[in-house]
Design a protein around this ligand. Structure first.
Ligand SMILES: Cc1ncc(COP(=O)(O)O)c(C=O)c1O
Length: 394
């Protein structure tokens, strides 16, 4: 006798390539452009230490108790204030605190997706969203994109012709993996299309505040007049991923189901962690912290762009993101970044091959490279090594 057969939902779901690469790249001599890790230097260590000391010195049983599934009220209140700075006016009851925005992805799929239901995704898109949606049996429709993001007329055609499209999943600002940003006009055009259909638009915005230009991109939630936008925010990239805290902002019909989904999953996020972040926000520390880390990330992005310019052979192109953590590099069509990967690791540099970010698994000639995590000298060295591998295999 052994273990029983797996549930149908496990069929066709593979582990995340990125999580596996993360393990491989833990080796100290590898320069990893693979993960989406914020820089360890970006964590606000002194402020967090002082808050932690104060909270532990004055520890109350409430911080060690179970909490409301919806989240720790002072943190939800801070999220309300944060959203107001983005032109989104919501109440505490419109906020659900989640274990990272990753849990939000799981909860919305759990709430809406039956096997065979369809989700429109950008192409490429965040691979762990694909992984999560696949778990619930979703089918994907890749929306055509141009330099400004998903094309509104094409989205309209898809929604008019396809049945059972429940969700549209977008990362409008400084996208993972491409670094691309949806223009303001395009955001408005997409919202006009969304209003015509019974569909929820997921606006996943973990990179929105990591911005390295003066350009302003209003979030799509701020244009939502019909309660169809579900906004995901995350503290992972802007404060620390260690607390595993994010938030979902949505209208009651969406949020109420997600809350039930969270009850069956973990009851509530750690109250203590939520209290630490609530205090960080209450002390008004976020704006200055963002200024500091954005200056550091901008310098790293610029250094990576400059080194790419200096080292890459002709025929290689890459994006110039205005924010976020990633560049998207494209090799000539005949080359495969999967084939190249082990050769790159032999040279002690790692990236994520592009095909994992496509719902249909194509194309094979792209890679995602992260510029936030490596130190400046490793950024230069890593890009030089990458250019060498590419040249040797062209
Ligand atoms: C687009 C996107 N969404 C969601 C997440 C999940 O982030 P977290 O669960 O840490 O908030 C990530 C993490 O890399 C991401 O890139």
């Amino acid at each position: 006798m052994g273990i029983p057969s797996y549930a149908d939902r496990m069929a066709g779901v593979s582990g995340s390539a990125v999580r596996e690469i993360l393990k491989l790249t833990q080796q100290p001599d590898i320069i990893s452009f693979g993960g989406g890790l914020p820089s360890a230097d970006s964590f606000p260590m002194e402020d967090l230490k002082s808050i932690l000391k104060e909270l532990t010195d004055n520890l109350t049983p409430g911080l060690l108790q179970y909490g409301e599934t919806e989240g720790y009220r002072p943190l939800r209140e801070e999220v309300v204030k944060l959203m107001a700075t983005k032109g989104v006016n919501v109440a505490v009851d419109d906020v659900l605190i989640t274990s990272g925005s990753q849990q939000g992805l799981d909860l919305v799929a759990k709430s809406f997706i039956n096997p065979g239901d369809k989700i429109i995704v950008e192409s490429p898109t965040y691979l762990a969203a694909l992984q999560t949606f696949r778990m619930y049996g979703a089918e994907f429709i890749e929306a055509p994109v141009d330099a400004d993001g998903v094309m509104a007329e094409e989205l309209d055609k898809i929604l008019a012709s396809e049945e059972n499209v429940k969700l549209i999943y977008m990362i409008p600002s400084f996208q993972n993996p491409s670094g691309r940003t949806v223009s303001t006009e395009r955001r408005q055009a997409i919202m006009e299309v969304v209003r015509k259909y019974d569909v929820v638009l997921i606006e996943d915005a973990p990179y929105e505040d990591l911005k390295y230009t003066d350009a302003v991109y209003p979030c799509m939630k701020s244009m939502d007049t019909t309660g169809q936008v579900l906004y995901f925010g995350s503290f992972s990239k802007v404060i620390t991923p260690g607390f595993r805290l994010g938030y979902s902002i949505a209208s009651e019909p969406i949020l109420s189901r997600m809350i039930i989904g969270k009850q069956t999953c973990d009851l509530n996020c750690s109250v203590f962690s939520q209290a630490v972040l609530a205090e960080f926000l209450k002390r008004g520390l976020l704006p200055d912290h963002l200024k500091k880390i954005n200056a550091e990330y901008k310098a790293k992005r610029d250094l990576m762009l400059k080194t790419l310019e200096e080292t890459m052979p002709e025929g290689i192109t890459w994006t110039h993101p205005e924010g976020g953590l990633f560049l998207w590099l494209e090799l000539p069509a005949h080359m495969s970044t999967n084939d190249l990967f082990l050769k790159a690791v032999e040279k002690k540099v790692a990236y994520v091959a592009g095909d994992s970010f496509y719902a249909a698994g194509e194309p094979h000639n792209a890679m995602r490279i992260n510029f936030s995590n490596a130190t400046p000298d490793k950024i230069v060295l890593g890009v030089e090594k990458l250019a060498e591998v590419i040249k040797e295999n062209m």
